[in-house]
Design a protein around this ligand. Structure first.
Ligand code: NAD
Length: 490
C-alpha cells in the first residue's frame, strides 16, 4: 500500500484477501524455522533503526526523550522477541493431556494453530511497542498480520510502514496508514482476530464493528489506575516511584498511576518529596529533551481545562516548573501538576487523565481505600506500597485490576512471563510472551480414540451392560438396581 493512496474499504479488503490467499496457498502454517526467521528480521531491523525511530517518535510529540523510546519501546520489544525465540519451540509443541479415565486407553492433546489473519490497531503513546508487540505474538503463533498504527503519531507510523515493507511481503505482514475513517473500515474487516489499543469509547465502536463478522477481539484499554500508599510505607520512597511512573512520557502512559491515595494528614509530606523529586528529574521543561510534550493541541487543551476546573471548584493546584518557563499550548509543554481537595464530580476525579496531572486523595483506613478503588471501574493497573503481608494480601484479594506492581509502578507491564491486559472497563484478553502466543492461537482440542475403547460399552441397544456401566459411571448403585429389576406392572 503506497503512502499516496489512502486506504479505502475496498483496498483494505483486497489486502486481506491477498493475505488469506497466501495462507491457503501455503496449506501448512509457518514452520518453527520460518517464524524464527520472521522474528529475527524484525529484531535486527528494529535494532538497526532504533535511533531513527527515537527521532521519529520525538518529532511526533514535538519532543520525547530518545532514552525513553529506547528503554520503554525498543528494549522492551527486543527483549520480548528474544524471550519468544527462546521458548517458541516448547510453546509450539502439541501439549499432551490426560483424557478422562473413562476414555482410556484413548489419548488427548492440545494443538496450537494459527488463527489466520490478525488485525492490529495500535495507539500513538507508545506507537512502536503497542503495534509491534502484538505483531510478535501474532507472528510467533504463525499468523499473517495487518497493522494499523495511530494517525496521531504519523511520522512513526510511516517509518514503521517502510520498515515492515522492507522485511516482509505484503501478503505476510503489512502496515496500513491513514486516519480515523481508515481505522473504522479496518475494524470492519473479517479478521480472524482483532486487537485494539485505545480508549474504552473507541473500544466499543471497534467491538461493535468486529461483531458483524463475529471477529474475536482483544481490547487493551485504559482507565484510572490507582497508586495506594500504605500507612507504614516510607512515603518518600513511594512518592519518588509514583512521580517517576507518572511523569515518564508526560503521563501519556496507559499504566501510569492516574491518582495516588495517601493516608489522611500526609498530603504535605507526600508533596515535599514529590516536589523535590520532580525538580530533580526535570530541572527545566521547555527545552529539556527528557520531558515529553503533549501529543496534540487538542489533548493539551483538555488537560488545561481539567486543571482550570479544579481551580474553579476550589481544589488545590501545584505545578512544578522549576525554571519558571513559559509552558503553553503552542509549545505543548504541560508542567507536572499535583492537585488535591478536588470534589468527586470534577473531571480530574472522573476521567482517565493521560497527562502529567496527579490527583492526591486521602483515606483513613485500608478498608476505606479499598472501597474507594472498588467504587470505580476496574483499573488496568494498581500500585500498592506496603511491607505488611497481611495488608498486601488484602489488597490483592479485595481488588480486581488488569495487573499489579507492588512497591513500584509500571514494571508488571514488560514482564515476559506475565499476561498483560485489563479487566472490565480496562479491557479484555491479554498478551505478551506465552499469553501473546496463545491469544493469537486456536487451542485445538484433539482426542484420539483407540481400537479398544470403553465407549463401545455405551452403544444401543441399551441393555443390562449399559445399565451396569452407567450405574458405575454415575456411582449410583440404587439406580442401577432399579434398572436391573424393573418394577413389575400391576
Ligand atoms: P482512542 O481510543 O481515542 O484512539 C485510538 C485509535 O482508535 C486512534 O488512533 C484511531 O486510529 C482509532 N479511532 C478513533 N476513533 C475511531 C472511530 N470512531 N472508529 C474507529 N477507530 C477509531 O485512544 P487514544 O486517545 O489514542 O489513546 C488513549 C487511550 O488508550 C487511553 O485510554 C489509554 O489508557 C489507552 N491505552 C491503553 C493501552 C493498553 O495497552 N491497555 C496502551 C496505550 C493506551
Amino acid at each position: 500500500m503506497s503512502e499516496a493512496a489512502p486506504a479505502t474499504a475496498d483496498s483494505l479488503a483486497a489486502v486481506l484477501q491477498t493475505q488469506q490467499a497466501a495462507i491457503r496457498a501455503r496449506r501448512v502454517p509457518p514452520t518453527y524455522a520460518e517464524r524464527i526467521h520472521a522474528l529475527d528480521l524484525l529484531k535486527d531491523k528494529l535494532f538497526e533503526m532504533r535511533h531513527e525511530f527515537a527521532e521519529a517518535v520525538s518529532e511526533d510529540f514535538g519532543n520525547r526523550s530518545h532514552q525513553e523510546t529506547i528503554l520503554l519501546e525498543i528494549f522492551v520489544l527486543l527483549d520480548e522477541i528474544r524471550h519468544t525465540k527462546r521458548h517458541l519451540l516448547k510453546w509450539m509443541k502439541p501439549r499432551r493431556v490426560m483424557p478422562n479415565w473413562q476414555f482410556l486407553p484413548g489419548g488427548a492433546k492440545i494443538v496450537y494453530q494459527p488463527l489466520g489473519v490478525v488485525g492490529v490497531l495500535g495507539a500513538w503513546n507508545y506507537q512502536l511497542l503497542l503495534t509491534l508487540s502484538p505483531l510478535v505474538g501474532a507472528l510467533s503463533a504463525g499468523n499473517h498480520v495487518m497493522l494499523k498504527p495511530s494517525e496521531l503519531a504519523p511520522i512513526t507510523a510511516e517509518l514503521m510502514r517502510k520498515m515492515i515493507a522492507d522485511i516482509f511481503p505484503e501478503d505476510y505482514v503489512t502496515v496500513i496508514t491513514g486516519g480515523v475513517e481508515v481505522a473504522g473500515e479496518f475494524s470492519k474487516l473479517p479478521f480472524n482476530h482483532l486487537i485494539f489499543t485505545g480508549s474504552g469509547r473507541v473500544g466499543k465502536i471497534i467491538m461493535r464493528n468486529a461483531s458483524e463478522h463475529l471477529t474475536p477481539v482483544t481490547l487493551e484499554l485504559g482507565g484510572k489506575s490507582p497508586a495506594l500508599v500504605g500507612e507504614n510505607y516510607p512515603l518518600d520512597r513511594a512518592a519518588r516511584r509514583v512521580v517517576n511512573g507518572k511523569f515518564s512520557n508526560a503521563g501519556q502512559t496507559c499504566v501510569a498511576p492516574d491518582y495516588v491515595l495517601v493516608p489522611e494528614g500526609k498530603v504535605e509530606e507526600f508533596m515535599e518529596t514529590a516536589r523535590e523529586v520532580t525538580t530533580q528529574f526535570y530541572p527545566t521543561l521547555v527545552n529539556n529533551p527528557d520531558y515529553t510534550h503533549i501529543i496534540t493541541k487538542r489533548h493539551y487543551e483538555r488537560l488545561a481545562n481539567i486543571v482550570q476546573e479544579v481551580r474553579d471548584r476550589g481544589g488545590k493546584v501545584e505545578t512544578v516548573n522549576p525554571a519558571s518557563e513559559d509552558c503553553n499550548i503552542e509549545n505543548k509543554v504541560f508542567p507536572p501538576t499535583f492537585v488535591w481537595n478536588c470534589p468527586d464530580d470534577t473531571t480530574v476525579m472522573q476521567e482517565e487523565l493521560f497527562g502529567p496531572i496527579l490527583p492526591i486523595v486521602t483515606y483513613r483506613t485500608l478498608t476505606e481505600a479499598i472501597d474507594y478503588i472498588n467504587d470505580r471501574p476496574r483499573p488496568l493497573a494498581l500500585y500498592y506500597f506496603d511491607n505488611e503481608k497481611k495488608n498486601i494480601n488484602r489488597v490483592l484479594n479485595e481488588t480486581v485490576s488488569g495487573g499489579v506492581t507492588l512497591g513500584g509502578c509500571i514494571y508488571h507491564l514488560p514482564q515476559n512471563n506475565l499476561p498483560f491486559g485489563g479487566v472490565g472497563d480496562s479491557g479484555m484478553g491479554a498478551y505478551h510472551g506465552f499469553d501473546g502466543f496463545t491469544n493469537f492461537s486456536k487451542k485445538k482440542a484433539v482426542f484420539i480414540q483407540r481400537k479398544v475403547a470403553a465407549t463401545m460399552l455405551l452403544r444401543p441397544p441399551y441393555g443390562k451392560l449399559f445399565s451396569l456401566v452407567i450405574g458405575t459411571l454415575l456411582r449410583n448403585w440404587p439406580a442401577y438396581e432399579k434398572f436391573r429389576k424393573p418394577a413389575k406392572k400391576g
